[in-house]
Design a protein around this ligand. Structure first.
Ligand code: GNR
Ligand code: NI
Length: 167
């Protein structure tokens, strides 16, 4: 396993649209293992391959309290988005920034598992939020893209200032 570097907003590579995985093979299973290690180390509750500069439709999520329920989603597709919920979101690619985003309350996701088998899962609450946040990443969207342009500018300035201090 290996820790992967996480891209930071506003890196233009976060805007790339990820390509579908043609075949779930050992290279994809290795990517999932490395992404899981990177997510747990961060720590975060989800990670999209886009964030580690791999532009394939692969997501890992673990919303459990004790980090015991890793879920991998390959080529995830959302259907049946219902209701709405608004909660504070953060992102490993936008460190230290948290703001409210409106999402669907419940979703149904169809995806391939680590054996390449098609699966369908109904999700609500935090798992539904996380799935929508990660699917956004695969489509080149970061949660700050849902905020006002004024907030986006402030966030860019704040992160640039942070980068200068830590440099
Ligand atoms: O760790 C994360 N926490 C989080 C909290 C609220 C809404 C979404 C998230 S996802 C985030 C990890 C991340 O950046 N995934 O892309
Ligand atoms: Ni994120």
């Amino acid at each position: 396993m290996a820790l992967l570097p996480i891209l930071r907003f506003p890196d233009p590579r976060l805007k790339k649209v990820a390509l579908p995985v043609a075949k779930v093979d050992d290279s994809i299973r290795k990517l999932v293992a490395d992404m899981a290690e990177t997510m747990y180390e961060a720590p975060g509750i989800g990670l999209a391959a886009t964030q580690v500069d791999v532009h394939k439709r692969v997501v890992v999520i673990d919303v459990s309290e004790d980090k015991s329920a890793l879920q991998a989603f390959i080529n995830p597709m959302l259907s049946r988005c219902e209701g709405s919920q608004t909660g504070e979101e953060g992102c490993l690619s936008v460190p230290g920034i948290y703001d409210k985003v409106e999402r669907a309350e419940s979703v149904v996701v169809t995806y391939l598992d680590l054996e390449g088998k098609e699966q369908t899962l109904a999700a609500d609450g935090l798992l539904a939020v996380c799935l929508q946040h990660e699917l956004d990443h695969l489509n080149g969207t970061v949660f700050v893209d849902h905020l006002s342009l004024l907030k986006q500018t402030r966030i860019k300035n704040k992160l640039a200032k942070q980068a200068r201090v830590t440099a």
